[in-house]
Write a protein that binds this ligand. Structure first.
Ligand code: HEC
Length: 176
């Protein structure tokens, strides 16, 4: 009986609009826990054996920056590391990778995320749109974003996306 009541209440809650559908609220604890925990567990199973076949030379890095500019900067921002309009408005927020990057993550993990996307967040999968090589190129760029050779550093600094004014940003909590 208790279980039946719980199921009916949950169903009624969704049908009556008590489970929020808007993206401009802070995600609830359960949603954040589910998104993060399932991501960590999936990565541990699926990304461990992925190794980057490309050299981290200027040619690869420049190609990665171009792909980033065309496909990622809209959400993840430019070298200034400021949230973009889309990244800020997303639920969960898209990290401004120029400020808080993923250089410490293994290449395989980043490649997996770019290929498959991240469920319960706005991170799209690029597995069917970018080629294997293109996904490794952008992964290589993200891995070396904080220590680029001069020619790549120049290209990265030239990329520019409109970002959110500081007055809209939370004062202390990091944007995540
Ligand atoms: C439509 C917006 C959007 C676009 C376009 C997008 N992303 Fe994301 N991305 C997100 C969001 C949102 C997250 C945060 C997911 C989370 O909270 O776990 C994310 C997370 C990531 C992460 C993990 C960051 C971390 O701190 O662990 C990487 C790496 C990443 N994206 C790379 C890319 C690359 C490379 C591209 C382009 C090929 C791209 N993203 C395009 C929205 C986007």
């Amino acid at each position: 009986m208790t279980i039946l009541v719980a199921v009916v209440l949950a169903y009624a809650g969704v049908e009556l609009g008590f489970v929020q559908a808007n993206a401009d609220a802070r995600p609830g604890f359960l949603e954040r826990w589910l998104a993060r925990t399932s991501l960590q567990a999936t990565l541990a199973r699926q990304s461990r054996n992925l190794t980057n076949p490309l050299p981290d030379d200027s040619q690869t890095l420049l190609a990665g920056i171009k792909i980033y500019g065309e496909n990622c900067a809209f959400c993840h921002g430019d070298a200034r590391g400021r949230p973009t309009f889309a990244g800020f408005g997303l639920y969960q927020h898209a990290p401004a990778l120029g400020g808080h990057g993923v250089e410490d993550d293994p290449d395989g993990e980043t490649y997996w995320k770019v290929t498959h996307g991240i469920r319960l967040t706005g991170m799209p999968s690029f597995g069917r749109t970018l080629s294997d090589t293109e996904r490794w190129q952008v992964t290589t760029f993200l891995k070396h974003m904080d220590a680029l050779p001069p020619v790549a550093e120049r290209a990265w600094k030239q990329l520019s996306v409109r970002s959110v004014p500081s007055s809209l940003l939370p004062k202390r909590a990091p944007l995540r």
